[in-house]
Write a protein that binds this ligand. Structure first.
Ligand SMILES: CC(=O)[C@@H](O)[C@H](O)COP(=O)(O)O
Ligand SMILES: NCC(=O)COP(=O)(O)O
Length: 242
């Protein structure tokens, strides 16, 4: 059976641009509201330990402003757990974090980190937060998600997105099989990372996948959709001033 497919828009990369100048523009919360207006079913924001993009105040403002679910991506640390329990987003997706990484490299080792994750998953679930684990498409990791009692897994599509040819086809088969295995065991499979107009269709076609979380490409692509209008408006204002 094919489940309805939701789109979660990740707004981290709006905050990356804002933080480059240290001011308030562009505001990721304004971007989130625009995403909802454009049809996003939910908003995803990753509060990294180093606060390189989303900040604590953004989480507070998102919680107050959003009319759709917020999926808060977070490392399994006490600091992040305290923040999640304070704001109680609809969902918390536990992701692996390395301080110096350029982006999230690989999935959470839910099997290897079982004992660390168990109390974090339990505390989030006890607070009514829907827990998701950002994992590789791997039966061992899905087994750990089952044992941890996570209702959702998000399958990391980064490798799929960067590979080509037969290697990409093989990765797609792994993701397809993992989604089926998760669903068979009562876990809702989501997917995300590195998805673009060119590579989204095969992932969106996996019948059990219920949600895609997409950010970097959308924010980058928005430059091409919106830069012309911004420049025309600036030209207009300059000309009006003369
Ligand atoms: C877990 C994930 O895939 C997103 O949070 C993504 O990582 C956001 O971008 P950065 O990796 O640049 O923080
Ligand atoms: N969890 C994946 C996500 O939120 C978006 O990843 P990306 O599209 O920014 O690579």
């Amino acid at each position: 059976m094919t489940t309805p497919l939701r789109l979660g828009v990740n707004i981290d990369h709006v905050a990356t641009i804002r933080n480059a100048r240290g001011g308030e523009h562009p505001d990721p919360v304004k971007a989130a509201l625009l995403a909802v207006k454009a049809g996003a079913d939910g908003i995803t924001a990753h509060l990294r330990e180093d606060r390189r993009h989303i900040r604590d105040a953004d989480v507070a403002t998102l919680m107050a402003a959003l009319t759709v679910p917020l999926n808060l991506e977070m490392a399994a640390t006490q600091e992040m757990l305290d923040i999640a329990l304070r704001y109680k987003p609809h969902a918390a997706c536990i992701v692996p974090e390395k301080r110096e990484e350029r982006t999230t490299e690989g999935g959470l080792d839910a099997a290897g980190q079982f004992d660390v994750l168990k109390p974090v998953v339990a505390a989030l679930a006890d607070a009514g937060i829907r827990v998701s684990l950002f994992i590789e498409a791997d039966a061992l990791q899905i087994d750990a998600a089952i044992r941890l009692g996570a209702p959702v897994v998000e399958l990391h599509t980064g490798a799929y997105a960067h590979l080509t040819g037969e290697a990409r086809a093989a990765e797609l088969r792994k993701i397809t099989d993992a989604a089926a295995l998760a669903a068979k065991n009562g876990i809702e499979p989501h997917a995300g990372h590195g998805l673009t107009f060119d590579n989204v269709a095969p992932i969106a076609a996996i019948p059990q996948v219920a949600e895609l979380n997409i950010g970097h490409f959308l924010i980058g692509e928005a430059i091409f959709g919106g830069l012309e209008g911004s420049i025309r408006e600036m030209r207009r204002q300059m000309d009006l001033a003369r």
